[in-house]
Design a binder for this molecule. Structure first.
Ligand SMILES: [Ca+2]
Ligand SMILES: [Ca+2]
Length: 316
């Protein structure tokens, strides 16, 4: 079969009067070394390309894909038009079906650094991974802050709200907080979930990931663990390094886990919810959009950060 394909390729190339020595040389090498899978498959690709006259079904699929891409772009443009940028340069877009605007990025090192600079009492754990100290890894200003607890995230949001109310950047009634578990589900594009609590909803919708439905994730799906081979970042990546979802939000899957407002089990009131997986994730289940990680509100880790939402309009 391979030999037949190679012959077709030779005939096709000659028949086209192609003078480029590149493919011919490649075919010659393939003929003398049929054991090379890479070269043979490259010749097969040539054949496929030469033979390619799109079928009506392929044309329709391409048109559908183009329509879908245009619709996604239109939504993103609409969201961009309503975007609000705060005093730290954090950018927020409204998320329909919720009453809040989501930050398009995870909270960055530089956002948290501004908070820490203004509040001497802030715990310094967030710095431990922002350099070589304490066994950490290098993070630039635009990487997501990590090693911050749910309590730390609450304090950051409270500080930012107070600061921007005082500066007139946001209006009375507006405030920053963490997204609720339900808001996060909307923002990641999940459908209706069954259950009354995050714990009950945990892992309920199978086969839906932030990037789509296939497993394993395609290259460029997000920053996950190196064994998945979807990106080139060993640890965290600058926020927004990967394509936004259709709501214009980046890193809803991967990079760092994101704290949510809710208790994992509201009756027990022991653990807070985290969503979205991290740069360390490679198992299918924790990467599901419906998966809930959970930790005590004081827990800090090098895979955990947070994202803010703005409540009460898109700012002024
Ligand atoms: Ca990675
Ligand atoms: Ca994330």
């Amino acid at each position: 079969m391979k030999q037949i394909l190679l012959m077709i390729a030779v005939v096709a190339v000659v028949g086209c009067g192609q003078n480029d020595l590149g493919p011919a040389a490649e075919i010659e090498q393939a003929s003398s070394d049929t054991g090379s899978a890479d070269i043979v498959s490259s010749s097969e690709t040539d054949v496929a390309q030469i033979k390619s006259e799109p079928t009506p079904a392929e044309k329709a699929a391409a048109e559908n894909a183009a329509k879908k891409a245009a619709a996604i772009k239109k939504m993103a443009d609409k969201a961009q038009a309503k975007a609000f940028t705060n005093t730290l340069g954090m950018k927020f877009v409204p998320v329909s079906e919720t009453k809040v605007a989501f930050c398009i990025w995870e909270t960055r090192v530089k956002d948290y650094a501004a908070y820490a600079a203004a509040n001497a009492e802030v715990d310094a754990s967030w710095k431990y991974f922002n350099g070589a100290d304490a066994g950490g890894f290098k993070q630039a200003d635009t990487h997501p802050v990590m090693n911050v607890s749910w309590n730390d995230a609450q304090a950051f949001c409270a500080w930012l709200t107070k600061k921007e109310l005082a500066e007139g950047k946001i209006k009375p009634g507006q405030k920053y907080r963490l997204p609720t578990d339900a808001e996060w589900s909307v923002a990641v594009g999940l459908g209706k979930e069954v259950g009354d609590t995050p714990e009950a909803k945990d892992g309920g919708i199978k086969d839906v990931y932030p990037w789509r439905k296939e497993w394993p994730p395609a290259v460029g799906a997000g920053n996950y663990y190196k064994s998945l081979k979807v990106d080139n970042f060993e640890y965290t990546s600058p926020v927004g390094s990967f394509a936004a979802n259709k709501l214009d939000l980046h890193d809803m899957g991967g990079n760092v886990w994101e704290w949510c407002e809710d208790w994992y089990g509201p009756a027990a009131k022991a653990l807070r919810v985290l969503r979205g997986a991290s740069w360390y994730g490679n198992d299918p289940d924790p990467l599901l959009s419906s998966y809930r990680f959970n930790f005590t509100p004081g827990y800090r880790g090098n895979v955990i950060g947070f994202r803010c939402v703005l409540v009460g309009g898109s700012g002024g």
